[in-house]
Design a protein around this ligand. Sequence first.
Ligand SMILES: Nc1ncnc2c1ncn2[C@@H]1O[C@H](COP(=O)(O)OP(=O)(O)OP(=O)(O)O)[C@@H](O)[C@H]1O
Ligand SMILES: O=P(O)(O)OC[C@H]1O[C@](O)(CO)[C@@H](O)[C@@H]1O
Ligand SMILES: [Mg+2]
Length: 320
Amino acid sequence: MLKSIAVMTSGGDSPGMNACARAVVRTALYEGVEVWGINNGYHGLLDEDMFKMERKDVGDIIQRGGTFLGTARCKRWEKPEGRMQGYKNLVDRGIQGLVVIGGDGSLRGASLLSKETGIPIVGLPGTIDNDVWGSDYTIGCDTAANTIIDAINKLRDTASAHRRCIVLEVMGHRCGWLAMTAGIAGGAEYILVPEEEYDLDAICADMAKAYKAGKRYILVVVAEGAGSGQEIGKYIAEHTNIDTRVSVLGHIQRGGSPTVIDRVKASQLGEQAALAIISGLSDIVFGFNKGHVVSINLHDAVNNKKTLDPEYAHLARVLF
Ligand SMILES: Nc1ncnc2c1ncn2[C@@H]1O[C@H](COP(=O)(O)OP(=O)(O)OP(=O)(O)O)[C@@H](O)[C@H]1O
Ligand SMILES: O=P(O)(O)OC[C@H]1O[C@](O)(CO)[C@@H](O)[C@@H]1O
Ligand SMILES: [Mg+2]
């Protein structure tokens, strides 16, 4: 049994990270284990920016987006000397295990720390991108997808009023999950994702034909990993007679109060992570598979690339 653990968030913030950290902290305290919060991701580990947490430190945060612990992208962590310093700073405080909430990159950093030092580590997938191998869900992806469909609904109004084509670029890094699921839910005509090849000339020809037949508007959702929304919009405007506009949703899709799904799943994952690390388990990531919590080997999670469920692409084609 570990007596002292720490929790941190890292990489891009995501709605539900707070609910998750809250669950880690409260589960640990419930089990009588000391818990530290590390500020600003791996920066906090290196700069000794950490504090012992009490129950009240995680009050009034379950409903908030962002992460009250702060987060960062930390170059120094990519070097072995940095990770060794972080390890030393944990040991100096008697911290015996670490829970890392973050995306694929953060988990890669955690995997290296574990291999190099042997300190027990449990990872939790926290990113809007839903790109962590072994889990069909990451904390924040549901809220982000809901924010995107809100944008799609609004863009549809103006596209229809003006008989325009609107191209919406969304995030996801190299993964098309956000674009695909929000595109399906928002009824987009075309969804461009990095996992699927697309032929822009064929799409333009298709659009022109549909307009001739009386179509009022077209919505194209582009995952950032599949190309630039601006360039795709320009190409469509130049190769069809359709009045085209482009929106890049940007960081709006990363903020906001988490959905019920993100709050509950983040809480379940946080509880499991705390129980696992306290009991001495290490090198695992908790995620979801078909609605159930599953544990994945940490190193497998970072050494494999997640693929997009081909059923989504099929559904998008059928519903077009
Ligand atoms: N290969 C690596 N080696 C060591 N540390 C890494 C590595 N990759 C990422 N990290 C650490 O994790 C941090 C966050 O990684 P990254 O910027 O890829 O975000 P992420 O965790 O994937 O989250 P998101 O994609 O949602 O923003 C990096 O700034 C770095 O400190
Ligand atoms: O906020 P930053 O550092 O510009 O990063 C943007 C990236 O982070 C993400 O929002 C994930 O957190 C990606 O979808 C996007 O590519
Ligand atoms: Mg990532």
